[in-house]
Design a binder for this molecule. Structure first.
Ligand code: PHE
Length: 347
C-alpha cells in the first residue's frame, strides 16, 4: 500500500519535473515500463488473497489513470511550450522593408539600338548581322570604294592584317554586300553592330561605336521611298511633329547620297524653323544631322550580283551613339563606354 503511494508521488513528481518531451518519456518508461516498480507490484499480487488482490487491482488502475492524466497534461503543456518557442524563433517581421533589389538592364546603347531596329522590323525589315573582323572585299571593294580611296589608309582603318586585307569593319555597310551576295532581291534588312575607326577619343569621337545599317532593294525603289522611310523612322524615335531634310552629300556606295537632318525640337524648332541660338543641340540652326543615306550605287548592285536594270534600292547608316545622345541629352560619348554605374543606372 505504502509503496504504491510512494511510487505515485515519485511518478507524478517526475512527470512534473520533466523539462521536455524526451524527459517526460523517460519518466513514463521508468514508472510504468517493463522493468518498473509497478510491474514488480503487479507480479506480487499473485501472493495476495482474492479480496486483497481485488483491492490492489483497483489501486493499480487508479494509479495508471492518475499517471496517464498527469502524463497527458504535461505532454500538452510541453508541446505547446515547444510550439511557442519555435514560433518565437521563426518569427517573421513582415513590416521590415525588403532588401533593395537592383535588377540589371540593357545598356543605354543596346536599348536605343533595339528601339531603332524595332521601328524597321515594324516596317517589315529583317535583322541581318555580319562579322566585326571583315575582309577588305566586303568592307570596301564590293561597296565601290576604290583601292586608293583615302578611307582605306591606315589613318582611318584599323587593320588586323594589312597583307591579308583584313580589317575591323569601319561601318556596317559590308553587311549590305553580304546580304545581297547571299540572296536574290527583294531584300529589306537592318544591320546593327559595332564598327571601328582609328579615331582618337574626345567628347564626340570614339574608335569603337555603333551603327544600324538599312538596305532596301526591290523594283522601282525611289528616293521618295527613302525619304518617307526616314521620316517615319525620325518621327518614331524623336516625336510625331518632327521634319527631316536631305542635304546632298557623297558616299562611294550610294548615288545620289544625302546627309539627313531631323528638325531640332529641343529648342522648340520642331518644324525646322531657326531655333534658339543658344540651343546646345542645334546651335540655332533648327536641324541636327542624324544619318547618311542614298540610293544604292548601280556599281554596288552589279558587284553583288544584282541587275541595276531590274532593281534599285536605298541604304542608310544611323549612328546609334548620336541618336542616344540626342534622345537622352548625353553630352559626352565617353559616358557610354566608361561603365560608370551612376550614369548607366539613369536609363
Ligand atoms: N557607311 C556610311 C558611314 O559609315 C553611312 C552610310 C550607310 C551612308 C549607307 C549611306 C548609306 O559613314
Amino acid at each position: 500500500m505504502t509503496d504504491l503511494e510512494t511510487l505515485q508521488r515519485d511518478a507524478l513528481a517526475a512527470v512534473e519535473r520533466a523539462g521536455d518531451l524526451d524527459a517526460l518519456d523517460e519518466a513514463r518508461v521508468r514508472f510504468t515500463g517493463k522493468k518498473s516498480d509497478l510491474v514488480t507490484i503487479q507480479k506480487g499480487m499473485r501472493e495476495l488473497s482474492p479480496d486483497e488482490r481485488k483491492e490492489r487491482g483497483k489501486q493499480l488502475n487508479a494509479f495508471r489513470d492518475t499517471f496517464q492524466r498527469a502524463f497527458d497534461a504535461r505532454r500538452d503543456e510541453l508541446a505547446s511550450v515547444a510550439l511557442r518557442e519555435r514560433l518565437e524563433a521563426e518569427r517573421l517581421d513582415l513590416s521590415l522593408p525588403p532588401r533593395r533589389l537592383t535588377p540589371g538592364r540593357p545598356h543605354l546603347l543596346t536599348q536605343v539600338e533595339q528601339e531603332i531596329v524595332d521601328v524597321f522590323v515594324g516596317l517589315g525589315y529583317r535583322v541581318a548581322e555580319g562579322p566585326e573582323v571583315e575582309s577588305g572585299a566586303y568592307n570596301f571593294d564590293l561597296l565601290n570604294i576604290e583601292p586608293d580611296h583615302p578611307a582605306r589608309q591606315e589613318m582611318d582603318t584599323i587593320y588586323v592584317s594589312f597583307a591579308a586585307d583584313v580589317v575591323l569593319r569601319t561601318h556596317t555597310s559590308p553587311v549590305q554586300a553580304r546580304t545581297m551576295t547571299a540572296q536574290a532581291p527583294p531584300v529589306a534588312v537592318v544591320c546593327p553592330g559595332r564598327v571601328y575607326r582609328a579615331d582618337s577619343v574626345d567628347a564626340t569621337h570614339s574608335p569603337v561605336f555603333t551603327q544600324v545599317e538599312g538596305l532596301l532593294v526591290a523594283q522601282d525603289v525611289s528616293m521618295a521611298d527613302l525619304r518617307g522611310t526616314l521620316l517615319a523612322f525620325s518621327r518614331a524615335l524623336f516625336g510625331a511633329e518632327r521634319q527631316i531634310r536631305l542635304r546632298p552629300s557623297f558616299f562611294p556606295f550610294t548615288e545620289p547620297s544625302a546627309e539627313v537632318d531631323v528638325s531640332c525640337g529641343f529648342c522648340g524648332a520642331a518644324d525646322g524653323r531657326a531655333g534658339d541660338p543658344d540651343c546646345r543641340v542645334c546651335s540655332g540652326t533648327g536641324w541636327i544631322e542624324i544619318l547618311g543615306a542614298g540610293m544604292v550605287d548601280p556599281n554596288v548592285l552589279s558587284a553583288c550580283g544584282y541587275d541595276p536594270g531590274e532593281v534599285s534600292g536605298f541604304a542608310f547608316g544611323i549612328g546609334v551613339e548620336r541618336v542616344a545622345m540626342l534622345r537622352h541629352g548625353v553630352r559626352d560619348i565617353r559616358d557610354f563606354y566608361d561603365a560608370d554605374a551612376r550614369f548607366l543606372s539613369r536609363f
